[in-house]
Design a protein around this ligand. Structure first.
Ligand SMILES: *[C@@H]1O[C@H](CO)[C@@H](O)[C@H](O)[C@H]1NC(C)=O
Ligand SMILES: *[C@@H]1O[C@H](CO)[C@@H](O)[C@H](O)[C@H]1NC(C)=O
Ligand SMILES: *[C@@H]1O[C@H](CO)[C@@H](O)[C@H](O)[C@H]1NC(C)=O
Ligand SMILES: *[C@@H]1O[C@H](CO)[C@@H](O)[C@H](O)[C@H]1NC(C)=O
Ligand SMILES: *[C@@H]1O[C@H](CO)[C@@H](O)[C@H](O)[C@H]1NC(C)=O
Ligand SMILES: *[C@@H]1O[C@H](CO)[C@@H](O)[C@H](O)[C@H]1NC(C)=O
Ligand SMILES: *[C@@H]1O[C@H](CO)[C@@H](O)[C@H](O)[C@H]1NC(C)=O
Ligand SMILES: *[C@@H]1O[C@H](CO)[C@@H](O)[C@H](O)[C@H]1NC(C)=O
Length: 312
């Protein structure tokens, strides 16, 4: 172990390459920011959220700040929920400075998974504000800068999933609990696909640009987009429930009358739920979240995940 580190150190210095990523055993604390995809109380999967699994798999202490309904900043994409800027970060910074949290920078990693609400209904896709995906992704990268300025050094940025594969934003959608107003579902899926692809590329490019300005930082980009697409394309590699595998529907499917009103729901129970990619019309299922957790755990353990790339 010691010898391996020594050889790596020599190899790194000999080739003039700076250390990339975190080392095995280094990370002891996981601090999470985001929306319902990451909230461990109001969980989007109606089960156990991925951070709880990731902390369990990697034997790290979890400090969860993500809140359901959040956008990156209400100054950009307003929704009446606690955003990353304006709520989650201020709470974290307060707790870190007043002694509630003791998080040594080298032993702590910070994650952000945001964008679903920013791009979604009552926001960009419905033209409900004057923001664009450029503002939203700029805000994501500002999260890294803000935490770095407060002393944080290790980061995992989770990019946006192919939201046009969720029932809410698919071309074959139906009126549901998230949107029961008539719309052109083809238009929505095309636009959502474009926004997510462009946004993810912007995040990647902006992160690459910010790396040289943050000495000593280790930043991984976690490709949620490709992972969810791979689950969609190859469900048998990931889903393991007792019902037929299903990546187009959800285990808690509710059809709304146009204009709103009583939902008509079809709900799967128990082990059947692990056959689904989606829990409801917007959220990945608990089994999808276990896969995400497994890969995030590998990343923060300093092990290779196929879905993570260390930029520094
Ligand atoms: C990395 O992965 C290997 C193989 O899955 C596992 O044996 C090892 O414990 C992991 N290392 C860490 C630091 O988690
Ligand atoms: C949001 O706007 C408020 C009011 O203008 C301002 O005080 C605050 O600093 C802004 N927050 C961010 C994160 O830009
Ligand atoms: C630190 O700040 C948090 C969040 O505002 C608060 O809940 C906690 O009581 C504060 N602790 C101390 C010791 O002031
Ligand atoms: C967008 O900006 C225009 C021009 O400043 C303003 O009139 C409009 O109210 C804004 N729309 C929203 C949803 O904020
Ligand atoms: C919905 O949008 C698609 C793609 O833009 C278009 O081809 C179709 O005609 C639209 N349907 C309706 C009913 O407007
Ligand atoms: C997937 O689940 C939905 C319920 O959300 C159901 O309507 C659909 O028939 C299922 N598809 C397959 C291929 O089983
Ligand atoms: C799941 O459980 C609920 C509540 O008990 C029941 O109404 C529903 O029919 C069950 N779903 C299936 C597919 O058996
Ligand atoms: C599916 O696999 C996960 C591990 O990824 C396991 O925790 C879960 O219990 C499995 N589900 C079923 C229904 O066997």
């Amino acid at each position: 172990m010691l010898l391996t580190s020594l050889i790596c150190a020599i190899a790194a210095s000999a080739s003039g390459v700076l250390a990339v990523g975190v080392q095995p055993g280094q990370i002891k604390h996981l601090v999470t920011f985001g929306d319902s995809y990451t909230d461990v109380v109001a969980t989007g999967d109606q089960g156990t959220a991925w951070p709880v699994y990731a902390a369990g798999y990697s034997k790290t202490a979890l400090h969860p700040f993500a809140r359901s309904g959040a956008t990156c900043s209400n100054n950009i994409t307003f929704r009446p929920f606690p955003p990353v800027f304006g709520d989650q970060l201020p709470l974290y910074l307060m707790e870190a400075s007043n002694g509630t949290l003791h998080l040594p920078p080298a032993e702590t990693i910070y994650t952000l998974w945001i964008g679903t609400n920013d791009l979604g209904v009552d926001s960009l896709i419905t033209g409900s504000n004057n923001a664009s995906v450029v503002d939203v992704t700029g805000c994501m990268v500002d999260w890294v800068r803000t935490l770095y300025a407060s002393g944080a050094r290790n980061f995992i940025m989770q990019n946006m999933i192919p939201l046009q594969l969720t029932i809410l934003y698919s071309a074959n959608s139906y009126p549901n609990r998230f949107w029961a107003v008539e719309r052109n579902t083809s238009d929505w899926s095309v636009l959502m696909n474009e926004m997510v692809l462009a946004g993810n590329k912007l995040t990647e490019l902006m992160l690459q640009a910010v790396v040289p300005t943050l000495p000593g930082a280790h930043i991984a980009l976690f490709d949620s987009h490709s992972l969810i697409q791979d689950i969609y394309d190859h469900p048998a590699l990931y889903l393991n429930g007792t019902a037929p595998l299903n990546v187009t529907g959800c285990w808690n499917s509710c059809i709304a009358p146009f204009g709103g009103g009583d939902l008509v729901c079809t709900v799967q129970n128990g082990t059947a739920r692990d056959s689904y990619l989606w829990a409801d019309e917007l959220h990945p299922s608990e089994q999808a979240d276990r896969i995400i957790a497994r890969e995030i755990a590998l990343t923060l353990e300093g092990n290779n995940s196929k879905w993570s790339t260390w930029l520094s």
